[in-house]
Design a protein around this ligand. Structure first.
Ligand code: NAD
Length: 460
């Protein structure tokens, strides 16, 4: 029996936290000196105890479950439960892991209910076990990136909870609501009650809720300060306090701001933010890393500009805006054009986040990564000319004023070397997909307010 799955009742809550960290939904068996089973403890028990005011240096004695199911190993061999404290009914219930004991109630193993069924029914012993996946909380999951991430996670059988105050598209959540692995909380993450309510049964947090983009933050500076910095700071403190190991935060390559030398920037390059949005990103990165401890090890992604269709489309991002204008107005407005930008498809962002959920904390914990596509560092004018090639009837309209002076090219090699992840989707592919969407949906109105953060927020 692996020592990692056993604990003594006089051990501290912190010791229990370390043991359950990373082993999603798993139980740790509480045993006496002779390894006799006394009870079990789970991550949920520990979080509830901390929220109830227990000190992490307290022993687990008062908080573990003493009335638990267990199975005698010889009864599995005989395929009949007699003295085991376990009923077939429990197989379909919430218990997932069950201790297996010998005649002296000494813990020999911990099995999943699924494995017990296999053994009792004499199924192929080498059948591959389904891996228990972490429960993921997506804060801001009704947004552009969050909705694509949620769809992918549910498809891969993760359990997902979204908390979002749904500033934009009210219909996004209806895509998921029937999935039994999905739950939704319409709430404001700036509210500390919300933070505590949504975190209880969670293994991984992906934090995407923000007032996103320079114009939106300029229109709502105080809301931006609350959501983009203060709520992340308190969430980081809460997750650190509760011993949540993975916290994935999407910062932005905007933190590099204006790089006059056009160098390929890495995570070690100088930061030069030129907006309220970018300055808050840096403050939030620091707030997250300042809360790190033995268990809480955040992963920070600095995203390139995201593009491509989503369940919640945004037509206030450069590629998406050019696609929309090229198709509907036959005109692509080019402001300046010499500025470099790193770009990444929204599906690649979601896949990158999933790669970090799957990676060990040794590889991705307490680290900052650029997350963009190394094949998609382009000047704005190249993005416009690429649009013109797909939307053949469109013309480029050069506008003298430069709206956005940001200029940076980035490398995402560090994340590739840590996780093996590489973005695959191109801007051309997104242009072709948008063209199809526009052509096939005659009633589609891309000028609706909900597709633009700044249009919605400057009205509220
Ligand atoms: N899209 C990009 O190009 C890009 C680039 C770099 C970084 N990012 C980062 O990625 C993250 C997600 O961006 P997105 O493009 O999906 O934006 P989005 O605006 O589509 O999504 C944000 C979501 O957060 C929700 N939200 C906002 N404030 C909230 C609050 N107080 N409580 C609960 N929910 C709230 C909104 O309703 C929305 O659904 C953000 O952190 C953003 O800074 C995005």
């Amino acid at each position: 029996m692996n020592k990692e799955n056993l604990i003594k009742e006089n051990d501290k809550i912190t010791t229990a936290l370390k043991k359950v960290s990373g082993s999603f939904g798993k139980i740790t068996c509480v045993v006496d000196n002779k390894k006799k089973l006394l009870g079990v403890i789970t991550a949920g028990d520990i979080r509830r105890a901390i929220l109830a005011g227990n000190d992490s240096k307290d022993s687990i004695k008062k908080i573990y479950n003493k009335n638990v199911s267990y199975i005698f190993e010889n009864e599995i061999a005989n395929k009949k439960f007699v003295r085991s404290k376990f009923s077939n009914k429990e197989i379909n219930q919430s218990i997932f892991y069950v201790p297996v004991v010998d005649e002296n109630k000494k813990v020999k193993n911990i099995l999943t209910t699924e494995r017990i069924v296999e053994l009792m029914e004499n199924k192929n012993f080498r059948q591959k076990k389904k891996k228990k996946l972490p429960k993921v909380l997506i804060v801001g999951g009704a947004g552009y990136i969050g909705s694509v991430l949620c769809k992918k996670l549910l498809k891969k059988n993760y359990t997902v909870k979204i908390v979002d105050k749904v500033l934009y598209d009210k219909n996004v959540i209806s895509n998921f609501i029937k999935n039994k692995n999905f739950s939704f909380d319409k709430a404001d993450i700036c509210d500390l009650n919300t933070q505590i309510n949504v975190i209880r049964d969670i293994d991984v947090v992906v934090f995407l809720a923000e007032i996103v983009g320079d114009p939106a933050c300029n229109a709502r500076p105080e809301d931006a300060l609350k959501t983009n910095y203060l709520s992340i700071s308190s969430m980081a403190q809460l997750c650190s306090h509760l011993g949540i190991s993975k916290f994935i935060y999407t910062s932005s390559c905007s933190v590099y701001g204006l790089d006059k030398q056009n160098k390929l920037l890495t995570e070690k390059s100088d930061l030069n933010p030129i907006s309220h949005y970018a300055r808050m990103k840096i403050m939030s990165e620091k707030a997250l890393l300042s809360n790190k401890n033995d268990i809480f090890k955040p992963t920070i992604f600095r995203l390139g500009t995201v593009f491509g269709p989503s369940l919640r489309n945004r037509f206030d991002l450069v590629v998406n805006t050019m696609a929309k204008n090229a198709y509907y107005d036959k005109k692509i407005n080019l402001h300046g054009g010499e500025q470099w930008r790193p770009n990444i498809h929204v599906e690649d962002v979601a896949e990158g986040i999933i790669a970090s959920i799957k990676s060990s904390q040794k590889k991705v914990g307490n680290k900052i990564f650029n997350l963009s596509s190394d094949m998609s560092n382009f000047k704005i004018k190249d993005i416009a000319f690429a649009a013109k090639k797909i939307f053949k009837k469109s013309k480029i309209n050069i506008v003298k004023s430069m709206v956005d002076p940001r200029n940076y090219r980035v490398s995402s090699k560090k994340f590739f070397y840590s996780s093996g992840f590489k973005a695959k989707k191109t801007i051309n592919k997104a242009y072709k997909d948008f063209e199809k969407i526009f052509r096939n949906n005659k009633n589609f109105n891309p000028d609706k307010k909900i597709f633009s953060n700044i249009k919605v927020l400057s009205d509220k």
